[in-house]
Write a protein that binds this ligand. Sequence first.
Ligand code: SF4
Ligand code: SF4
Length: 397
Amino acid sequence: MTVSSMFGSGGSTVGSATIQAPSPGIGETVPYAGGIASSKDQLSGTRKKLIRRSGRDSSQQIRLAVQAFFLVLNLWIGLQFYFFVRWAESGGITPAVPRPAGVEGWLPIEGLMQFKYVVASGALPRLHPAAFFLFTAFALSSLVFRKSFCGWLCPVGTVSEYLWKLGGRIFGRNFRLPPWLDYPLRSLKYLLLSFFVYAVAMMSAAAIADFVASPYGLVVDVRMLNFFRFMGSTTAIVLAALALAALLVRNFWCRYLCPYGALMGLISMFSPFRISRNESACIDCAKCAKACPSVLPVDKLIQIRSAECIGCLECVAVCPAQDALSLNMVGSTGARHRVSAWQLAAGMAIIFFGFVGSAKLTGHWQTQLPQQVVLQLVPAAGEQQHPMTTERTGEER
Ligand code: SF4
Ligand code: SF4
C-alpha cells in the first residue's frame, strides 16, 4: 500500500512511500509509520505513537438503523398519502384512507411559515399544525446535535449518501469539484434559503393564516405529490441529472442545493457540541478527512465549527487512535463531555417523539376538514391558484 493511496480529498499532499501496517494488540502503543507526521514532528524528527482504540465503534450501525427507520417511515407516509389522494379522487367511493399528517414534514417552507405564525401570534395553527411541530423538532435536533437532521433523519440525505457510496463502488472513486466551482455552488443553497426566509419574513401572522386556509394552501401537499406523479419530461431530465450528480459527487444535493439543509446548518453553528480532535493522541493519518461526507479537513482542525458538519460520526468511526476524535462539548476533549452515538440517537428520538407525541396528545397534529371539502379540493388541486396570484389578478380587474 502506498501512503498516497490512503488520502482522499481532505488529506495532505505526500509522496508515495511503502509502509508496513502496524499489528498491535488492543491498547498497545506502536510507532505509526502510515500517517503524515505533523510539521512539528517533522521538525523534531519524532514520530507519533499510535495507541489503538479499545472497543468496537458501532456508531455507523446505529446511524444506519436510525436512517432505515426514517426512510421506511417516510415511505409509509408517502404510500398512505397516495392512497388518501386516490380515495379523494374517487369521490370517496374506494375505502377511506386517513391523511397522514406526517406528510407536512415534506413541506419545509410551510413549516417555516407556521413557525413564524406561532412566534408572531403566540397561538398554535389549526390547519397543518404538524408542519410546525416537525419543523421545530428538526431545528431543535440541529441546534443540539449539529446538522444531525441531515446525517441521521432526512430520507433525501440518506438516499444521497447511499448513491455516492454506490457511485464510489461503480467508478472506483467520488469526484470532487474544483474550489473555483465548489465555493460558488455551495452558496447556491444559501441564496435559495435567503429567498424563502425573506418571503416568509415579509408575511404577517394574518397573511400566513390566510395562505394556509386558502384552497391552494390546503392542498399544497397534494400538489407536491402530483408534481412527481405527473412529471413532465423536463422534471424527469432534471431528476435524472441530479441522480447522476449524486452518484459522482459526495452529497451533491445536500452540499449545493438544499435550502432546508442550509438552514439546519446555520442553526447547528450554535450547537454546544462539536467534533473535536485531540492533537496529542492524533497520529495525522487523515482517515477522518477521507471518510467525511462533507469533505471537511477534520485532520487539520481542532474543532469542526463548519455549518456543513452533519454529525454523522463517520470520522470518529474510522479514527484508529484512542481518544483522538470525538463529539464533545465545545471547548472540551475530556471523556466526561463526550457524546456517544447512542446518546445522540436517544437525544434525537426524545426530541422527535416528544414533539410528535405532545402534538398528538394535545390535539394539534391532524388537520380536521369536513369530508365534503376534502372531496372537492383534492381532485381539483392542480386548478387552485396561489393566493398571491389571485390577489394580483383581482387588483388588475
Ligand atoms: S466532520 Fe465528522 S461528523 Fe462532521 S460531517 Fe465530517 S465525518 Fe461527519
Ligand atoms: S483524528 Fe484520527 S483519523 Fe483523523 S488524522 Fe487523527 S488519528 Fe487519523
